[in-house]
Design a protein around this ligand. Structure first.
Ligand SMILES: Nc1ncnc2c1ncn2[C@@H]1O[C@H](COP(=O)(O)OP(=O)(O)OP(=O)(O)O)[C@@H](O)[C@H]1O
Ligand SMILES: [Mg+2]
Length: 251
């Protein structure tokens, strides 16, 4: 069997005495799109922050290309090829759009390739080319989301992890973002680990899906097998659809 590119192996992560994530295992194979969905406070961001070295697991390991990376500093993890697009679309508002993109490329020494990649990212998200001289703070939320994804791509990652790319965006912008993500996989073989609160889009884009609730994986499987949604809904809310309707919750 081929070894997964990224393996989160039975990790438990604490904030002080609170365990935010308990015995979570996730694998991502080369070229896959894997989504982790779960409600507020499920532990999604905590899991991604542990992968990128910002947090250290209390128990369990994170391995990348067969190498154990937990305990390594975030900048070392980034250099190994894991690029994280964190929650909240952080752009440097006073810098131009292109300067923001170039920040992603700072860790690289292949400068001619960097120039090509900047053009490529500007083609992928044309708005980033059109607005390249404008300050990034003037971009809309959706455009800023494209910018942070573009910036992460410029690190030339082997895998990108993205925390809630669709949060607060209009549906047509979410479509555009996911269109690019699926193109990246198709044309560049990019491997993606995406976390989302809403699972509908994640289900459409993903090869495999994990549902995380209350710090634990509730269900996992091929996205095609989970298409009907009822099993996912139950795992997500922790109760059945009938109860959910009574509760008035949306999915
Ligand atoms: N810095 C922190 N200090 C203490 N507790 C934290 C901290 N960050 C998160 N938590 C707690 O850990 C748990 C998991 O939080 P996390 O941010 O990973 O959830 P999430 O799934 O990303 O939620 P959301 O969808 O709201 O972003 C929650 O109970 C949260 O309150
Ligand atoms: Mg989060």
């Amino acid at each position: 069997m081929v070894e997964p590119l990224l393996k989160v192996d039975n990790i438990t992560v604490h904030y002080g005495r609170l365990s935010a994530v308990r015995e979570v295992s996730i694998t991502v194979n080369q070229g896959e799109i894997v989504c982790v969905v779960g409600p507020n406070g499920a532990g999604k961001s905590t899991t991604l922050l542990t992968i990128s070295g910002v947090l250290a697991p209390t128990t369990g390991d994170v391995t990348f290309s067969g190498e154990r990376i937990n305990g390594m500093r975030p900048e070392i993890v980034a250099r190994k090829g894991i690029s994280q697009v964190p929650e909240g679309r952080h752009v440097f508002t006073t810098l131009s759009v292109e300067e923001n993109l170039r920040i992603g490329a700072q860790i690289r020494s292949d400068k001619t390739e960097v120039e090509k990649d900047i053009k490529w990212v500007q083609e992928l998200f044309p708005i980033l080319g059109e607005r390249r001289r404008q300050s990034a703070g003037k971009l809309s939320g959706g455009e800023q989301q494209m910018l942070v994804i573009g910036r992460a791509l410029l690190t030339k990652p082997k895998i990108m992890t993205i925390d809630e790319p669709s949060l607060g965006l209009a549906p047509n912008i979410v479509d555009r973002v996911y269109e690019v993500l699926t193109t990246l996989r198709k044309e560049r073989g990019m491997t993606l680990l995406i976390v989302e609160q809403s699972s509908e889009r994640a289900l459409k884009a993903a090869d495999r899906l994990y549902v995380l609730r209350n710090g634990q994986i509730q269900i996992e499987g091929n996205a095609s097998e989970l298409q009907d949604g009822e099993k996912v809904r139950q795992a997500y809310f922790g109760f059945s659809e009938t109860e959910q309707q009574e509760d008035g919750a949306n999915f």
